[in-house]
Design a protein around this ligand. Structure first.
Ligand code: G6P
Length: 552
């Protein structure tokens, strides 16, 4: 490996020690401290949130290292054939791949994911690898191929009709799992084999999300070296009372306890997971104070890492020419008159996002406050998602019907209450819309984190700042809720009151709330998230956990 530093070498550096010395005493309750002018906070045993850590990301990750291995179901870039036969590259919807792509572009390494594009196989080398991003060549994307049956049973059925609804506490939406679980096991095994082949001694393996819950334990058993296994779970972890509805609950918890580090977005999910582990497995030892679970000779640290967004880039995008041009063209083409107050919602078309409930609140608002008719337009940007699943296809129809009903009821020749688009928007276009919007309404029924709320805040530079209306059911509300106008998505009348409050908020209050939100979102951007994860890996490697090869 030449003189290139390994993860283990890096963990000896003083950079990470700063974090260890000032960040890691795991105590209960919020503690704030100061090191010179630098603030750190330890919220509880599972939540270490470093604010302005004395660690510079570039120094921490000072060279591209082939020993970083990321695995996720969804790939960051998809190659497809256009109608003219030319290959184009697109990026899937959802904040997860965008966030990790930022990380990979900085670190390099290998990202293993399902190749689902119709041109994917034609652009890879004989090992299924292609260098991405297309214009930057920063890291390797290793594609895995899934058969139609695997896609149906592992992705649609097991992942998205069992695990997804259970973790979002939508038990009425869970479908019987049947034989599909066997295919989930097989695909997790396929991912594990690909990961194990890359996972040399000292490698950092970083697994993503609920599609790969069994993979860590298999990698642990298969890898010839001693990799460090970290896993980020990007959706909620529900209470045990909900999770116990999962037909494969013990196996999933056992699988995840193959990790050295298991990350959730907020401490609540960490506590839920530790309670689930204690209840699901009789021979597990859970240290809730320290955020550690001991199981069969191994230790898994459970931590909260609230994910952030590339705030500076979004702010730049929002201020750019392309954003301004799109904003003008969009409002003109949708007939939104100058001076109209714009509210915006941006969501994957998923039943957890609360769009019909939001539309019900808007309908009630226009019904009970007639003076707002003609004054306010709500723009809903929706991206199609998982339409093969009945619950999603029906949801999309329901959203369209509600939009049409509101427009029929209140629309006039010169004003449309709701503008709905499913067009794919570039980063710049979206940033332009965020900037144009006087308020954003982010009102999921349940959401692991929600990055849209943070993207909106990042785009609010300048004097005329917007207001964020945010559901208290989103993970990000745990972080931002003190400065937002908070709503309970099913409380239609309270929701309408909240929108009205946002619309009439005095300028000064808009400003201080937005300033506080922006400070948080910029301090806790995607780089800070990465820094927290990597620094925690380093301190754990430095001896915080039992050697992982004693695990099985
Ligand atoms: C959520 C999940 C991600 C997923 C994304 C898009 O954000 O946490 O793992 O990639 O939704 O969903 P999809 O099924 O299209 O990958």
């Amino acid at each position: 490996m030449g003189s290139r530093p390994t993860w283990r070498d890096r963990s000896q550096r003083t950079d990470s020690r700063v974090f260890l010395r000032f960040g890691l005493p795991m105590q209960a309750g919020p503690i704030l401290g100061w090191k010179g002018k630098r603030r750190y906070s330890v919220m509880d045993g599972t939540h270490l949130r470093a604010v302005d850590v004395a660690t510079d990301l570039d120094r921490l990750l000072d060279s591209t290292d082939e020993t970083l291995v990321v695995a996720s179901n969804r790939q960051p870039y998809r190659h497809s054939y256009g109608e003219d036969g030319a290959v184009s590259v697109d990026r899937p919807t959802g904040g997860l791949t965008a966030g990790i792509d930022e990380v990979m572009r900085r670190l390099g390494g290998t990202w293993i994911a399902w190749g689902d594009g119709d041109a994917d196989e034609d652009v890879v080398d004989e090992d299924g690898r292609v260098t991405v991003p297309p214009d930057e060549a920063a890291y390797e994307l290793q594609r895995l191929w899934l058969s139609d049956a695997e896609v149906e049973e592992y992705y649609y059925r097991s992942s998205n009709q069992v695990l997804w609804p259970i973790c979002h506490a939508a038990l009425g939406t869970v479908e019987p799992c049947g034989d599909a679980w066997e295919r989930y096991r097989q695909v997790n095994d396929q991912f594990a084999r690909a990961v194990a082949a890359e996972a040399t001694d000292g490698a950092l393996v970083w697994l993503q999300d609920y599609h790969l819950s069994l993979t860590p334990r298999i990698v642990r058993e298969r890898a010839s070296g001693d990799p460090f296994l970290a896993h980020s779970w990007h959706i909620p972890w529900p209470s045990w009372d909900t999770f116990r509805a999962c037909p494969h609950r013990e196996e999933i918890v056992r699988g995840l306890l193959g990790n050295d580090l298991l990350g959730f977005h907020v401490p609540r999910y960490c506590r839920n997971f530790m309670n689930s582990a204690a209840a699901a497995l009789p021979d597990v030892e859970v240290d809730r104070e320290a955020g550690r679970i001991h199981y069969h000779g191994g230790t898994t640290a459970v931590r909260a890492f609230p994910m952030g967004v590339p705030a500076a880039r979004i702010e730049d995008d929002a201020a750019g020419m392309e954003a301004a041009g799109f904003r003008e063209a969009f409002t003109a083409s949708k007939g939104i008159a100058d001076g109209t107050t714009i509210a915006i919602g941006v969501d994957r078309l998923d039943y957890t996002k609360g769009i019909p409930e939001r539309l019900a609140a808007l309908e009630y608002l226009f019904e009970t406050r007639p003076h707002l008719r003609g004054e306010v337009t709500y723009v809903q940007v929706g991206s199609e998602s998982r339409s093969w699943i009945g619950a999603y296809a029906q949801y999309q129809e329901r959203v369209e019907e509600r939009v049409a009903a509101i427009n029929d009821r209140f629309g006039t020749d010169s004003w449309q209450p709701v503008v709905y688009t499913t067009d794919h928007l570039s980063n710049e276009a979206l940033a332009g819309l965020y900037r144009a919007a006087d308020l954003a309404i982010v009102s999921p029924i349940r959401d692991g984190m929600n990055l849209v709320a943070q993207e909106y805040v990042a785009a609010q530079a300048g004097e005329d700042t917007g207001v964020l209306v945010l559901s208290d059911q989103a993970g990000v509300h745990d972080e931002l809720g003190q400065w937002t106008v908070s709503v309970r998505p099913h409380d239609t009348t309270g929701f309408a009151d909240a929108i009205e409050a946002a619309l009439t908020m005095p300028t000064e209050e808009r400003r201080w709330r937005c300033d506080a939100l922006r400070e948080y979102v910029f301090d806790n951007d995607v780089d800070a998230w990465l820094r927290d994860v990597i620094a925690t890996v380093q301190t754990l490697r430095d001896g915080e956990v039992t050697p992982t090869n004693a695990r099985h």
